[in-house]
Design a protein around this ligand. Structure first.
Ligand code: ATP
Ligand code: MG
Ligand code: MG
Length: 517
């Protein structure tokens, strides 16, 4: 977990420290600043943990701040979902705020910089600007008259100009060695409806311009972000210095990646759009909604996050998905009821005596037409033990499409000693005592370890990532949505839905290798 000691020395400006000690009375103030342009994923939990959890440990405050500066991508359902996710982890934001709450102040900041000749209205299009910035050349509009810039900027907000005709750019240093300081854009015109402020604003601040001002206004003591923002730190401080605003400490940490998965809202959105998965809460995704539907708990997710170190430098981290699976397995193993459930059931007639037949279900993988020494299940003319019942001899296997459809066995002995002689014990359920249900079993969406590095990742999708099975479960139990069970020898399952009384389970995770037998 993050502690203030981790803050690099160079940001430690004593007068700033004094200032926020005064403002916050020595309290740590952090924030979690997601953009509501998709559902949160496992990577975000690192940020949730570093911000909310650290604040709780240090008796500080933590804001949930929506970074809603780009209405083109942002939606109310994402806003609602994010709040729900944060609550799911048991965190209570001290305040819930929106970057858009500060739009009037941020607009005034822009006006102030224009008046001080530190910002200008530019007419270069995106490509020209990119080219000029790359070549360290000044924009031809850089010396535009301050009053003209002021007038155009106000007119942009009045809705007089189409999108992308003008931008407001900061006049910093077009030759700066750090490209983010080469006169970056601060504002652009957008006519998209904003989820919070509707059509009130026609100009929207860029992330870089808004983020530091929001942090400052909220008296954030430590602004934690992922390492790709490290290069932007200088700009963050330039803006606050030139506006004479209080400066938080900025600290960067590495992004979390998980093998065989992609943690990027944009790419997950793309998979939804392409119909590869069934929405943001698809149980194959590592979105928090997906993990929740899959049967993961906040506790297991936090355990995983805490087990993975947070390096500050080096390459992107790819953590094995198996570590996450171990965390949920370990938690559920202690907590959930163990039941007998028969996956892919096959009906068998057990002849107890000439007049009595008992019908039971056994699991398809406990039946083989051709026996082998490692196989302990049913094969023609073989004796096996039905667990807690007795030794049976397999007399007949009837096939349908080359698969066992019906099996006839004869009870030979119920003697405990006879049962013990046989190596394998087969699970079964009495036909009378069970009900039919369905299992969705998931495997990884990608066969490759790091799909994020493949540009056309949609070509690397594992086409069999969802398999649907029939299952028989004991009738005597109650099954409510969200209930979790261990199916003996099979793994952990959660009740996903109930449709007209029919139960649908999601497989959460299999058993560890050692536990299967
Ligand atoms: P994405 O690329 O998935 O959209 P983002 O970084 O744009 O992610 P934000 O909504 O800006 O997402 O994220 C809020 C916070 O969560 C930020 O501080 C961000 O750095 C952090 N975060 C996002 N993804 C990860 C990740 N994979 N590992 C660690 N932190 C992350
Ligand atoms: Mg972001
Ligand atoms: Mg993003």
């Amino acid at each position: 977990t993050f502690t203030p000691r981790d803050i690099p020395e160079q940001h430690n400006e004593p007068e700033q420290l004094e200032k926020h000690k005064y403002i916050t009375q020595g309290k740590i103030v952090l924030r979690f600043p997601p953009e509501p342009n998709g559902f949160l994923h496992l990577g975000h939990v690192r940020s949730i943990r570093l911000n909310f959890y650290s604040a709780e440990q240090l008796n500080g405050d933590c804001y949930l701040r929506y970074d809603d500066t780009n209405p083109a991508n942002e939606k109310q359902i994402y806003i609602d979902q994010i709040e729900d996710n944060v609550k799911w982890f048991g965190h209570k934001p001290t305040h819930i705020t929106y970057a858009s709450d500060y739009f009037p102040f941020i607009f005034d900041c822009a006006i102030k910089l224009i008046k001080e000749n530190k910002a200008f209205i530019c007419e270069q299009n995106r490509e020209e600007m990119k080219e000029f910035r790359r070549n360290k050349q000044p924009s031809p509009y850089r010396n535009r008259d301050m009053n003209e810039s002021l007038r155009i900027f106000n007119e942009m907000q009045e809705g007089k100009y189409p999108e992308s005709k003008y931008t407001l750019r900061l006049k910093i240093d077009y030759q700066h060695s750090n490209p983010t300081l080469r006169d970056p854009v601060a504002y652009r015109v957008l006519y998209t409806q904003h989820p919070k402020s509707g059509d009130k604003w026609k100009v929207y601040p860029m992330y870089d311009f808004a983020h530091c001002i929001c942090d400052s206004l909220e008296n954030i003591t430590h602004s934690l972000c992922t390492l790709e923002f490290e290069i932007r730190r200088e700009l963050y401080y330039w803006i606050l210095s030139n506006l004479n605003l209080y400066k938080p400490f900025v600290y960067e940490f590495s992004r979390l990646n998980v093998s065989n998965n992609m943690l990027s809202k944009r790419k997950i959105g793309k998979m939804i759009e392409m119909g590869i998965v069934n929405g943001w809460d698809d149980p194959r995704l590592l979105t928090l909604a997906g993990l929740r539907k899959r049967g993961y708990t906040p506790q297991a997710i936090n355990d995983f996050i805490d087990q993975v170190s947070v390096p500050r430098g080096g390459n992107e981290q790819i953590i094995s998905i198996k570590l996450l699976e171990n965390c949920i397995r370990k938690e559920l193993d202690k907590k959930v009821p163990k039941i007998m459930a028969i996956l892919n059931p096959i009906l068998i007639d057990v002849e107890i005596d000439k007049n009595t037949i008992k019908q039971v279900y056994v699991q398809q993988d406990d039946v083989k037409l051709i026996d082998n020494p490692e196989f302990y299940g049913l094969s023609p003319n073989k004796q096996v033990c039905l667990r807690f019942f007795g030794v049976v001899l397999c007399e007949d296997i009837i096939l349908e499409n080359d698969k066992p459809k019906y099996i006839k066995v004869k009870l030979i002995s119920t003697d405990l000693n006879d049962r013990k002689k046989l190596k394998g014990q087969i699970n079964w359920l009495d036909k009378q005592d069970c009900i039919a249900a369905t299992v969705n079993e998931y495997s990884y969406l990608f066969d490759t370890e790091n799909p994020a590095e493949i540009p056309e990742f949609w070509n690397q999708i594992n086409k069999n990532s969802l398999q649907i099975y029939d299952v028989k479960v004991p009738k005597s139990l109650e099954y409510k949505i969200g209930d979790r069970f261990q199916f003996e020898r099979n793994g952990f399952y959660i009740v996903d839905s109930l449709k007209d009384g029919h139960i649908y389970f999601n497989k959460i995770v299999g058993l560890s290798e050692g536990e299967k037998k």
